[in-house]
Design a protein around this ligand. Structure first.
Ligand code: MN
Length: 273
């Protein structure tokens, strides 16, 4: 199943090629603030599936006719792993490694949707890079989650771009500008991803393929990311973990178009402004 937000905070699902608006079945106030509606749904998903499925067929929608929005607007946490592919460490001439340095945080407010532009801050002379990553969405929360149990805590996956200003300021600041975390175009539930440890992820800038790598080459793999993170901080439903990027990062400029595609997950194209 795909879970998505659209047209001003409405919530939809897609299964077997058919999409449905489930907002009314969920009794959701799309204008409520903070916009935690999908986080609440993910927390209670298993209980709500029957009513969702029953209602779903009465509200078909055409995905091509709606405007998709960021599927999780207000998570408890947006975690990210730094250098998590050997070749990216080499290209950056970095001594950082995800297995040595652990995770960092991006501001939750950097999240943006599949139809939102990436808005570059006005920083003359500075390089602003794309990082193609897989986004892992936590379903069942927990503390001290073991590697063996980790996949039981995954709700699903989405494409994620970890935008960053290169330089010496604190990493959290350089990665936390508004729109610096395009995420979407939807969340694919874990049951529809046959092998998360074998997903090809690609990123293009203006049709030039810049990044092309497989999650099998992650230094810290998905279960270990969850184990490491949950040893420090309780994970909550809707939390997002960015896996780290492979080699091929590079600068973007205003007017560029950035496309990310991940097998079994989806793709999205973003304008850079
Ligand atoms: Mn990154």
């Amino acid at each position: 199943m795909k879970l998505f937000r659209f047209d001003g905070g409405r919530i939809g699902i897609e299964r077997d090629g058919s999409a449905f608006d489930i907002t009314d079945a969920l009794g959701i106030d799309i204008n409520a603030w903070p916009p935690v509606q999908t986080v609440q749904l993910i927390a209670d998903f298993d209980h709500r599936i029957p009513s969702i499925e029953k209602h779903a067929k009465t509200r078909p929608i055409d995905l091509a006719q709606v405007r998709l929005e960021v599927p999780i607007a207000w998570p408890n946490k947006l975690l990210a792993y730094p250098v998590n592919y050997v070749k990216h460490g080499l290209e950056m001439k970095s001594k950082n490694r995800a297995d040595l340095n652990g995770f960092f945080l991006k501001a939750n407010s950097s999240l943006s949707g599949p139809n939102d532009p990436i808005v570059l801050p006005d920083l003359p002379g500075r390089e602003i890079h794309h990082e193609c990553e897989l986004g892992i969405v936590i379903g069942k929360g927990g503390k001290n989650i073991s590697r063996a149990d980790a996949y039981d805590h995954v709700f699903g996956y989405a494409c994620l771009i970890d935008m960053v200003v290169r330089g010496n300021e604190e990493r959290v600041m350089r990665k936390s500008y508004d729109t610096f975390c395009p995420f979407g175009p939807w969340i694919v539930t874990a049951d529809e991803v046959p092998d998360p440890a074998n997903l090809q992820a690609r990123l293009w800038v203006n049709d030039e393929l810049r990044q092309n790598a497989n999650t099998r080459d992650l230094i810290v793999d998905i279960p270990e990311m969850i184990e490491i993170a949950s040893r420090v901080a309780t994970l909550y439903p809707g939390d997002i973990i960015a896996t780290g990027t492979p080699e091929g990062v590079g600068p973007v400029q205003r007017g560029d178009r950035v496309r990310i595609a991940i097998d079994h997950v989806g793709e999205m194209t973003l304008d850079v402004q």
